[in-house]
Design a protein around this ligand. Structure first.
Ligand SMILES: Cc1cc2nc3c(=O)[nH]c(=O)nc-3n(C[C@H](O)[C@H](O)[C@H](O)COP(=O)(O)OP(=O)(O)OC[C@H]3O[C@@H](n4cnc5c(N)ncnc54)[C@H](O)[C@@H]3O)c2cc1C
Ligand code: SF4
Ligand code: SF4
Length: 414
């Protein structure tokens, strides 16, 4: 297979992708573009996900809400706060995700990694890539905002003869991958997942960048950090800067800025990955959850390159989550969000990182907030989908805040 047009790096291919996304609730994970295009009904997170069944297949058991942090983050064997001792250039955080994939290639555990590269014409647009050389993983580091049909790269990877692969993906992609894994014909798939929230189309994201910077085309990096600030970096020599969340022009964004898919998504922490690599429980570092033996195996390959520090857990989330629920309820009901007076913003922006939840408590808060959004937005926009789409783990997360399923919102037998 010839290498793709960009980057001209040996071992990185951008395969041609055909087909189309589906109308309606669809994040274009790639399934509609492969096979006969009819697998979505079996695979889709937005149709009838069966997390307990998938967890048993992948991890050997369902998440146990009485055990450790599993009620919030899913099946966990080991949870770490970590960073690459030598951070990798171009990485979103320190590059643990691509370094894990690199070790799988180096040791011959896999012959290809399916990941997401920047489009040659637009660095923020995600496109699927097949990587066969460890050095070429530099071409897929970093985060793109948008929907890339990752799983459409499985067919060309299989056609190129790859039998043992790794897949790096976000939760809606990994749910579909796991649902179809048995029928895909690969000998082994290592799944390295990242958490995901508040994604939007690349087009919308460009609109957002234009609101926060006079030269948005020169923004090379953006991250919503766990210290309540957005970090921006530039490729035109300007020093990077951070902006408190509260000073972002979020109220100026159109109401449909965040698509209904990402407002009603049912998995924040990538519960079906072998290993999840994020930041939100990392309190400034990265946050790693090895979920099963395969996840431990991958993590073990990188242990010499990681610096570990104890997990932190500070503050109380209940007030922040309750306030969030009130705001979402207003927005989901079509009412305008209460906007904070301008004079109060710097004060709250100063206080938030100091008194707001940090470390694991921050991650629990974010997981609960996302579950609240799912229930409230789905109830308003697609009530008939509640029964099949909202898994038990989401109902458990929202119960402390008074949200419970109505009779018609439960699957039969539950
Ligand atoms: C839209 C989005 C929202 C996210 N939200 C959160 C969050 O709320 N909390 C949290 O803890 N983490 C979140 N993450 C994950 C986080 O941004 C980092 O990717 C993660 O911490 C890994 O950092 P790293 O340095 O190890 O990654 P790197 O080594 O730089 O690798 C990042 C990998 O992410 C993949 N990727 C990049 N863009 C996309 C995309 N659009 N779709 C699918 N895969 C992509 C690429 O394959 C790439 O190899 C989000 C990621 C995305 C894509
Ligand atoms: S399985 Fe993927 S392609 Fe199919 S509808 Fe769902 S998100 Fe879209
Ligand atoms: S928020 Fe959920 S639905 Fe949206 S891209 Fe991320 S994992 Fe997919």
């Amino acid at each position: 297979m010839p290498d793709g047009p960009f980057p001209a790096v040996p071992g990185l291919t951008l395969p041609p992708i055909g087909g189309a996304a589906r109308p309606g609730l669809c994040t274009d994970c790639g399934v509609s573009r492969i096979g006969d295009g009819k697998a979505c009904g079996r695979a889709c997170q937005f149709i009838a996900p069966d997390y307990p069944a998938r967890e048993v297949e992948v991890h050997g058991r369902v998440a146990d809400p009485g055990q450790g942090e599993e009620a919030f983050f899913g099946v966990t064997r080991r949870m770490l706060r970590a960073r690459m001792t030598k951070p990798l250039p171009g990485a979103q955080w320190t590059g643990i995700t691509t370094a894990l994939a690199g070790r799988l290639l180096e040791t011959g555990a896999v012959s290809a990694v399916i990941a997401t590269a920047p489009d040659p014409e637009d660095r923020w647009k995600p496109v699927p890539a097949i990587v066969t050389e460890p050095a070429a993983l530099a071409g897929v580091r970093g985060m793109r905002m948008g929907f890339g049909p990752l799983l459409a790269a499985l067919e060309p990877a299989a056609a190129a003869g790859h039998r043992r692969i790794a897949v790096v993906g976000i939760p809606c992609q990994i749910h579909a991958l796991r649902a179809l894994e048995a029928e895909l014909g690969f000998e082994r798939i290592y799944v390295i997942g990242t958490p995901c929230s508040d994604n939007t189309t690349t087009e919308n994201f460009h609109h957002f960048l234009a609101q926060i910077d006079p030269r948005p085309e020169r923004i090379s990096y953006l991250e919503f950090r766990a210290d309540y600030r957005v970090e921006l970096r530039y490729d035109d020599g300007r020093p990077g800067r951070t902006v408190p969340f509260l000073k972002l022009p979020l109220s100026k964004l159109p109401a449909d800025f965040f698509p209904m898919t990402c407002r009603t998504c049912v998995d924040y922490t990538n519960r079906l990955a072998d290993i999840t690599v994020g930041y939100m429980g990392g309190d400034g570092d990265q946050w790693v959850i090895a979920r099963n033996a395969r996840g431990e195996e991958v993590l073990g390959l990188l242990s010499d390159a990681l610096t570990l520090t104890p997990l932190t857990d500070r503050g109380k989330r209940a007030g922040a989550v309750t306030g969030f629920l009130a705001n979402v309820a207003r927005a989901a009901g079509g009412l305008p969000l209460r906007s904070m007076p301008d004079w109060a913003r710097p004060i709250v922006a100063f206080l938030q990182p100091r008194i707001g939840p940090r470390g694991l408590e921050f991650a629990r808060a974010r997981v609960e907030m996302k579950a609240i959004e799912t229930v409230l937005h789905l109830r308003r926009a697609f009530p008939a989908r509640m029964k099949n789409m909202v898994p038990e783990h989401v109902w458990r997360l929202v119960a402390p805040y008074g949200l419970r399923p109505e009779a018609e919102e439960r699957r039969e037998g539950e």
